[in-house]
Design a protein. Structure first.
Length: 294
């Protein structure tokens, strides 16, 4: 029987287990400021106080599903997260910090989808697009690896990632934020990168590099872009698109089954994600909403 409180907090061991096999080139869109509004908190206590000031107590609010999460965006995880003896407190803080960014990134994906749909309707009506809209579409096509004006394919790829799935992957790949990669470079999702290109190398293995990010926000955006653009995850896109066509809510557990190629562990990796998604702190992400963003 796996002791997930112990294993999930081991950090580096899980990074090796959940090593990312397929990584798309990171080309986060610059169509809007992506790293604005982040703040810093050096300790777990400071993080909790920041959220409490907004009426949200991470240690209480995550005991029920669908919490309303304040738009508080930490640039990085608190320095003392790894040393906090209360495991439940660690997990609550980690989920709260990551969930805020995931919800923010999903809102941006919703906005991008809406813009693509509007431009698709203009194209079908043979209306002339503005130059800036054409440039934006070309940029999106490059980022998501589609042909120009391939509206249906863009909509298949430009879509949200269920928060419960995203949080579970972050917990799995970063050991609940305690791994050296997470602490040194906001590397929460196990994205590999060539050594010498801003990557953090594994101790004792200079050939293995983990992509570093300036902020958690960039890490989340990079993860979602990778998941939505690399052909290794076509089954993920297909399942998500079918759920939309059927008018069904996003089933995070079912979608996790499409991510066997995310890790060398394959089916075992999926089992671990599903175990994590059943944990109360992670399950709370289902139906969560971001509130208070200006």
């Amino acid at each position: 029987m796996l002791n997930w409180n112990t294993i999930a907090l081991a950090g580096v061991g899980l990074i090796a287990a959940g090593a990312l096999i397929f990584l798309a080139h990171s080309q986060v869109s610059d169509s809007r400021p992506r790293d604005g509004g982040t703040t810093r908190a050096d300790t777990v206590a400071e993080v909790i106080d920041l959220f409490k000031d907004e009426g949200f107590n991470p240690e209480v609010a995550l005991k029920s599903r669908g919490p309303k999460v304040p738009a508080v965006f930490l640039a990085s995880l608190p320095d003392d997260l790894v040393s906090i003896p209360d495991i439940d407190r660690r997990k609550a803080v980690f989920v709260t910090v990551v969930l805020a960014h995931v919800l923010w990134a999903n809102e941006r994906l919703h906005a991008d989808r809406a813009r693509i749909k509007r431009l698709q309707q203009m194209n079908l009506a043979e209306k002339t697009m503005r130059t800036r809209d054409r440039k934006w579409l070309s940029r999106m096509a490059k980022i998501y690896r589609t042909k120009p004006m391939a509206f249906d394919e863009l909509l298949r790829r430009v879509d949200v990632v269920p928060p419960r799935l995203a949080v579970a992957q972050a917990a799995q790949e970063s050991g609940w934020g305690t791994s050296r990669f997470a602490r040194a470079g906001n590397a929460l999702f196990g994205q590999h990168a060539p050594v010498g290109e801003g990557a953090i190398t594994a101790k004792g293995d200079a050939a293995v590099g983990m992509k570093a990010f300036k902020t958690i926000q960039r890490s989340v955006l990079g993860y979602m872009q990778n998941l939505n653009s690399h052909r290794a995850y076509r089954q993920f896109w297909d399942m998500r698109a079918e759920m939309r066509r059927a008018g069904q809510p996003m089933d995070a557990s079912a979608l996790a089954g499409s991510l066997r190629r995310y890790s060398e562990e394959g089916a075992l990796y999926v089992d671990r994600l599903r175990t994590l998604m059943r944990m109360p702190e992670v399950a709370a992400a289902q139906g969560a909403k971001l509130v208070g963003e200006e």
